[in-house]
Ligand binder design. Sequence first.
Ligand code: LER
Ligand code: MN
Length: 272
Amino acid sequence: MKLSIVVNATPRATSLAADTSLEEAMALAAEVGFHGVELAIKDPASLDAASLKNVLAARGLEVPALGTGAAYAEGLSLSHPDAARREGAVSRLKAHVDLARTLGAYVIVGLIRGRAQDGLGRDRATECIAAGLREVAGYAATRGVKILLEPINRYETDIINTVADALVIAEATGDNVGLLVDTFHMNIEEPSITGSLRDAASRVWHVHVADSNRWAPGYGHLDFQAVVDALDHMGYEGYLSAEIIHRPDVRAAYTGTYKHLAPLIGLAGRLA
Ligand code: LER
Ligand code: MN
């Protein structure tokens, strides 16, 4: 397994990353020992893929995944009551796929799926999410890109809250649609975090790590040894990607994540 941390590739795309320049975040991630940075992006059109790739290579960092949730705040979602906004979400996701192809990354479908309570209700919202995902997955398949559907806890959205919910939709929408599981959401929604991981094993392609309070691993009461053991047992070789509140400060969030997780995945602690 490898370690990454979410960074803002466009300003304030997510509050669960440092509010610094991309350059500063990449420098700190490389210094601390992360293998990659997961990029939270508002609109990929504002990024120059080729120069981004060069900067990442110079730092020795991979990009496991692109985060797309900022589009929801712009009024774009796969389950928006307005068809034009749904199409806008699909177009935005296709732009992410184009960038993901250049960077060798997954594309995340998290909050961009929307909320049933935004107007369509559960059944119609589910249909629209599945239709949008199918279209994006088809576009992505011809470009060798994979999509990640993320179950998100009930306080952030009212649709696709559990690993089982996401698995049904992923299996119905494409061979290149897998799951991003997030320990913070699983701690709220799953009866057993390790049991749910095992149930979805073959489609768990990416993992967000945050402790029970959404601070860095080690600051709350989640058992990351048990999570890593379950992932190991499944043969998971992907990333543990920290999507966390950066408290008490940015450096502590980075170093705390690394110090807590590196020994669990057999990395010689660079910061020890
Ligand atoms: C996105 O990965 C996520 O986990 C959401 O909680 C962000 O709002
Ligand atoms: Mn997440």
